[in-house]
Every structure is written in C-alpha cells, then in structure tokens.
Design a protein around this ligand. Structure first.
Ligand SMILES: [Zn+2]
Length: 148
C-alpha cells in the first residue's frame, strides 16, 4: 500500500494518474477572496472499491484478534464497525485533494492542507491567524474531471 498520493506534496509535483490542477479561491466571510490553485486526483471506481475492500478486510482480520480480550463482543463489533466506516469513507472519496497553493484571505499567510478526501467546501485552516477559510472551486470543473 505505498500511497500514490502520499508522495511529497510539499512541492506539488506528485505524478499521479488522474491528477490535475484547478483554479479555485480561498474565501473567508468578511474578507476578500484570494486565488488558490488546488491539485486534485480524480478517483476511479476501481481505486475506491478496491481500497474499501482492502480496508474492511484488514479489520475483519483484526476483529477476532482483539475479541480475545474481554468484553469480547464489544471489541469484535467495534472493529467491524470501524472497518465499515473507514471503508465507506474510501468508497465515497471521488476526489482527493493533495495540495493547495494560496494565501489566507485574512492575514496573507501561505495556506497548506493535509492530503485527503476533497470536501465541498473544503476547510483551509490558517496556521498563522487560526481562522478557517474555505476552498471554493467551480463545481463544473470537478464534474468534467470525474473518473467514471
Ligand atoms: Zn490567516
């Protein structure tokens, strides 16, 4: 499971099939929006289903091991539920946000994000002023890029 997406996002040069750049904006209520460039990977069905199955599979293996300890049923169910939730998260990850280049609308500091499922709108916390702006992008830009 060498993460294709976990590559060094610091330079925004991860070469991943399906990766593309989007012109977007960082917005924060009461402040003028700033331009931002987002690097996003469109995830195909194979990646989502395969990843979800693998994730759940890991927890199916873990479940009987943790169930050795009392209260057994609690651990067993907990492991299976956790696996199902994580698997679902993977299944619905149609786009992965890997990198954002932009500045905070409030203080002008450089914004950074952790790679992960692209949300709409995606939160952009600012480490300098601790305000959270949002990444806004034209929805049609994503629709056009969606992997089947
Ligand atoms: Zn800021």
């Amino acid at each position: 499971m060498q993460g294709e997406a976990s590559g060094d996002a610091a330079h925004g040069q991860t070469r991943v099939p399906g990766a593309f750049d989007l012109e977007a904006h960082a917005t924060l209520f009461g402040f003028e929006e700033t331009p931002a460039r987002a690097t996003v990977i469109a995830r195909g069905r194979g990646w989502r289903v395969g990843g979800a199955a693998r994730t759940f599979g890991i927890f199916v293996v873990i479940a009987p091991i943790v169930a050795i300890f009392p209260p057994h049923a609690v651990w067993l169910i907990g492991a299976l539920v956790t696996g199902a939730l994580l698997a679902r998260r993977r299944y619905i990850e149609r786009f992965t946000l890997v990198h954002v280049e932009g500045t905070c609308p409030r203080c002008g500091a450089t914004l950074g994000v952790k790679a992960g499922r692209l949300e709409d709108p995606h939160p952009l916390p600012c480490e300098a002023c601790h305000h959270e702006s949002s990444l806004q992008m034209p929805p049609e830009a994503l629709v056009a890029r969606a992997a089947e």
